[in-house]
Design a protein around this ligand. Structure first.
Ligand SMILES: Nc1ncnc2c1ncn2[C@@H]1O[C@H](COP(=O)(O)OP(=O)(O)O)[C@@H](O)[C@H]1O
Ligand SMILES: [Mg+2]
Length: 310
């Protein structure tokens, strides 16, 4: 299923960063911009506290909903992600486990709720959407940074785990084969190792997916100490995974400073912006001004779109 054949698939843009820095706002603005340019666009969020319904002022939820011309939105709940995961992988997981130990089918629910499964699956889901070519553009409003970092690490943790697990399975397996009949365990339809190496391959493909040129990871932050430190850690993580960053968005930049208070804030912000420019000279630093009103509803997002892309 070569993900590398995505050349013809959708372009994916994902916004990542701490809570409250403007991921949803920027995702909505970018998605609306793509839609306006005539690209069929899907905006989706994996934030456990989704806010697409709020920003677009319409009911989004678990099903793909049309928001305006060319623009579709989806809020994937954890339950829905788990349901889809079970549908796709549940059978295999049960097959592998039940050939090793006597377990009930409920074990799948338990494994499906393990930390990280939903994130890895989310990535798989988005990679599949991108490949399907139903949408020209996919904008991904990710969960707050901690989650996203874990998401990026998942394929690696998974691979490392499989290496360890494979050794254990290997030892167990020959012994198991002998006693399987006696215990009356299920005989897997496929060799366990085929299934496991399939998972491993999937993990590797997901990491490859994130490295594709048409998949763009855009870190978002605000020019303040905590946000900047977090952003720098995130940049390092991405570098470790060999995921290239072309753009960083710095939101809430104070532009008009007529009073002393705002002059000081602006001064502080400029120090952090300078620090970032020096740390990442090859990355484009996009500054988004702090507005005096919130961005909510299509009209307001259109205004932001004008400001950023006009
Ligand atoms: N440039 C901006 N100027 C003014 N308010 C903003 C700006 N960007 C975002 N906001 C507001 O800040 C709040 C948090 O933004 P949001 O996009 O929901 O952040 P996140 O999705 O990262 O948690 C929202 O109320 C939003 O309207
Ligand atoms: Mg949000």
């Amino acid at each position: 299923m070569g993900l590398l054949r995505l050349e013809r698939g959708a372009k994916v843009v994902m916004f990542a960063g701490k809570g409250g820095v403007g991921k949803t706002t920027l995702s909505a603005t970018t998605a609306l911009h793509f839609a306006k340019k005539g690209y069929k666009t899907l905006i989706l969020t994996s934030d456990p506290a989704p806010s697409l319904s709020d920003i677009f002022e319409c009911d989004v939820g678990d099903r793909i909903t049309e928001v305006t011309d060319n623009l579709y939105a989806l809020e994937l709940s954890t339950e829905e992600v788990l349901r889809r995961w079970k549908e796709k992988f549940g059978g295999e997981v049960y097959e592998v486990l039940s050939s090793l130990v006597p377990v009930q089918e409920e074990i799948i629910d338990y494994i499906g709720s393990a930390p990280g499964i939903d994130e890895e699956f989310m990535l798989d889901y988005i990679a599949e959407l991108a490949r399907e070519e139903e949408y020209d553009r996919i904008v991904w409003d990710t969960a707050p940074a901690g989650h996203t970092l874990r998401l990026l690490k998942m394929p690696i943790i998974f691979i490392e785990h499989l290496d360890e697990a494979a050794k254990v399975y290997l030892r167990l397996y020959s012994a198991m084969l002998k006693i399987r009949e006696t215990l009356g365990l299920r005989k897997p339809r496929r060799e366990i190792f085929d299934i496991i190496s399939g998972w491993r391959k999937l993990s590797e493909e997901l990491l490859e997916f994130l490295r594709l040129p048409q998949v763009e990871v855009i870190p978002v932050g605000i020019p303040q100490g905590l946000s900047v430190s977090q952003l720098r850690r995130f940049m390092q993580e991405l570098k470790n995974f060999k995921i290239e960053v072309n753009k960083i968005v710095m939101n809430n930049v104070v532009k008009n400073h007529e009073c002393e208070f705002h002059r000081r804030v602006a001064e502080m912000q400029q120090r952090y912006l300078k620090e970032l420019r020096e740390a990442y000279p090859e990355v484009e630093l996009v500054e988004v001004p702090l507005l005096s009103h919130e961005i909510k509803g299509l009209e307001s997002i259109r205004g932001m779109e004008d400001l950023l892309f006009g």
